[in-house]
Ligand binder design. Structure first.
Ligand SMILES: O=C(O)CCC(=O)C(=O)O
Ligand SMILES: [Fe+2]
Length: 347
């Protein structure tokens, strides 16, 4: 969640956990190139966050910055007290980075593991009806934090979804508890001095309404090109940029469960031709498909078909709301374009 706070966080006691040997909730650093995702997934389950090394190579770091630089330079600070530039719409400002992230096997593998939703219900007494949906993008952001920027208050990015969760022990963590994962990619090196994100590892295990303990804050410093996964229930906040002249550039692309309202309202703003220029699976992840069985439709069809006019893109078994085999209705015998679109004169 993008937040600008004028109230300063209480002074943080940095890295206190490191004083007594191995911290209970370490922020592990894991190579992007790993074959098996378990280490990343288990680290996130346990500590709430993990650093992943080398997500972008030097060329990709430079190309991403070149893509966003004109818009960043044109943006203004909202006030002298807030020397941070924040751009929304990463899919518009930086399509190559957006596509790289949204097709990356590690990114999707982690997101799908924590945020896939499953549901069972019944149609009548005999037809069991099971659905499953992968997560979609929650929000995107490009932020460049300038010298003099104050620290953010510690916060949870997922408070926007009213998710109520009780306090648990690390071994009690169940997939499904979290509704969103925050994901940052460092465009420049992030350090304590230039305001690297401050995180309370392990705070995802505390109850939703519990206060953060600033004495447990750890600095999640990153090299340029590194990425940082963090459960959105983890308390965190930008550090203060106390440098004379360093700007901290970070890209964010968060994911959320697909049945919740998207944090960033892409559909009301992104140009349809821009969205269509992405591979269809990326379009789905951007939220331009229905969440099965039937959430988010337009004209009773997936927006991929009815809005973006991509014939045959509706991935559901049937275009009408009737996803159970053997209970087809009349509409299900035809594709959306053969029926509704013709009637509307849009086919
Ligand atoms: O600047 C950062 O490192 C974190 C920003 C953040 O947490 C937010 O804007 O919600
Ligand atoms: Fe945040």
């Amino acid at each position: 969640m993008s937040m600008t706070f004028t109230v300063h966080a209480p002074p943080a006691t940095e890295n206190v956990l490191k004083l007594s040997g191995e911290p209970e909730f370490p922020i592990k650093s894991i190579d992007w190139n790993i074959k098996n995702l378990d280490e990343i997934i288990n680290s996130i389950k346990h500590s709430g966050c993990v650093r992943v090394k080398g997500f972008l190579n030097a060329d990709e770091i430079a190309a991403s910055e070149a893509a966003v630089r004109p818009a960043l330079d044109a943006a203004r600070y909202s006030s002298p007290e807030d020397p941070t530039k924040r751009l929304a719409r990463l899919p518009q400002h930086c399509p190559a980075l957006t596509e790289k992230i949204l097709t990356d096997k590690v990114y999707l593998g982690v997101m799908d593991k924590f945020l896939t939703i499953r549901h069972t219900s019944w149609l009548g007494a005999s037809k069991k009806f099971q659905t499953e949906e992968v997560p979609i993008v929650a929000m995107s952001s490009i932020f460049e934090v300038g010298p003099g920027m104050h620290a953010q208050d510690l916060h949870r990015d997922d408070s926007i979804w009213y998710n109520p969760f009780p306090a648990i022990k690390p071994e009690e963590y169940q997939f499904g508890r979290d509704v969103s994962i925050s994901f940052f990619v460092a465009g420049t090196r992030t350090t304590v001095a230039n305001g690297a994100t401050k995180v309370i590892p392990g705070s995802h295990l505390t109850a939703a309404d519990s206060q953060p303990d600033p004495s447990k804050v750890v600095d999640a410093e990153l090299e340029a090109g590194d990425a940082f996964f963090m459960l959105s229930s983890c308390y965190h906040g930008a550090g203060a940029n106390s440098t004379e002249d360093e700007k901290r550039l970070v890209y964010a692309l968060f994911m959320q469960k697909a049945h919740l309202r998207q944090e960033e309202n892409f559909a009301l703003f992104l140009d349809h031709d821009l969205v269509r220029s992405y591979p269809i699976d990326v379009q789905r992840r951007l939220g331009y498909d229905v969440c099965v069985p039937n959430l988010g439709w337009v004209d009773h069809a997936s927006p991929l078909e009815s809005v973006l006019k991509q014939k045959g893109a509706d991935k559901r078994n049937m275009p009408g709301y009737n996803p159970v085999e053997g209970v087809a209705d009349e509409r299900a015998k035809h594709s959306w374009h053969e029926t509704e679109a013709k009637a509307l004169g849009t086919a």
